[in-house]
Design a binder for this molecule. Structure first.
Ligand code: FEO
Length: 165
């Protein structure tokens, strides 16, 4: 049986993952509206990945005989200064998500909830990958600066991403 504090925190984490998905959907739209179809496609895959994360937590709560209590997802930003800002914001969001998962892990440890700790290990490892990926893209964008051909090349490169994993 799930401790009610852990159950609440897991539900909150589902909300974080859904919010990330929604933000990436908004970022994909911004990219598409600004003719960066490759970046848009990349963000759409990222969105799908976040929905998978939310689904994993959802199923875990139910498998532990807990209850799902979904909250509203807030409106994501619509306007960005440029593609650099899009990735800076996305990277910051991933860093905040890592903090949130660590906090959840800490709670599970304090409650001697070994199953939740074990489940969260996957998310901890995933966040290392996520932060690395966003940081790399952010740096590549910094190298490209305002050089249109370099930006278009990156746009094309990211557009070739074929999986949401
Ligand atoms: Fe589900 Fe991007 O963290």
């Amino acid at each position: 049986m799930l401790d009610s504090k852990i159950e609440k925190a897991l539900n909150k984490q589902i909300n974080h993952e859904m919010a990330a998905a929604y933000n990436y959907f908004a970022m994909a739209a911004w990219c598409e509206e600004h003719n960066f179809s490759g970046f848009a496609s990349w963000f759409k895959m990222q969105r799908a990945e976040e929905l998978t994360h939310a689904g994993k937590l959802y199923q875990f709560v139910l498998d532990r005989r807990g209850s799902i209590d979904l909250e509203a997802v807030s409106k994501p930003p619509k306007k960005f200064k440029d593609i650099h800002e899009v990735f800076e914001k996305a990277f910051k969001m991933e860093q905040n998500n890592t903090k949130s998962i660590y906090e959840l892990y800490r709670l599970a440890r304090e409650a001697d909830d070994f199953a939740t700790q074990s489940h969260l290990q996957w998310f901890i490892d995933e966040q290392v990958e996520e932060e690395k990926t966003f940081d790399e893209i952010k740096e590549l964008l910094e190298f490209a600066g305002e050089d249109k051909s370099a930006l278009l090349m990156l746009n094309q490169q990211l557009g070739s991403r074929s999986t949401a994993g």
